[in-house]
Design a protein around this ligand. Sequence first.
Ligand SMILES: [Zn+2]
Length: 138
Amino acid sequence: MAPVCRPASKAPHLCATPFCRNSHAKGRNVCSKCHTRWYRETHPINYTYHYLRVRARRRGIEFLLTLDEFIKFCLATNYIALKGRFKNDASIDRIREGEPYQADNIQLLTVGNNVAKRRAWEAVQRKIQSSVAPENPF
Ligand SMILES: [Zn+2]
C-alpha cells in the first residue's frame, strides 16, 4: 500500500494522495490509479514483468518466462532504464517470431527495429497465406 498520510482537510472517502479526487477502494487508503503508480515506481522490474505477461496473453502469445529469468535479463541489458515507447527506446523482442516469450527467445531491440521486424514478418505471413488461399483449379 502506498505510504500516504491523509490530510485532515480531505473527505474520508477520497484517495489520500495529494490533489487526487478519486474515491479509494474499500479497505484501502488510496485509489487504484495511485496504487498502481506507486507500485510501478517502487517495483519497476516486477511491474514490467507482469505487464509484459498481461500483454502477451492479450495477444495470444504463450509466456514461459519466469520472473527470475526476467530479472537476470533486465540486469544484463539495463532494460528497465532504457525501455520506452519511442523509436530509439528499448523493447523486448522475441528472436524467433511465433515462439513464446522464454529465456532463450528474448533480446533487446529498439522499438523502431522491433516494429520493422514485425512488419517484415507480417508481410511474409501474408505472402504465405495468399499463396495457399486460392484454390487449385486442377
Ligand atoms: Zn488517487
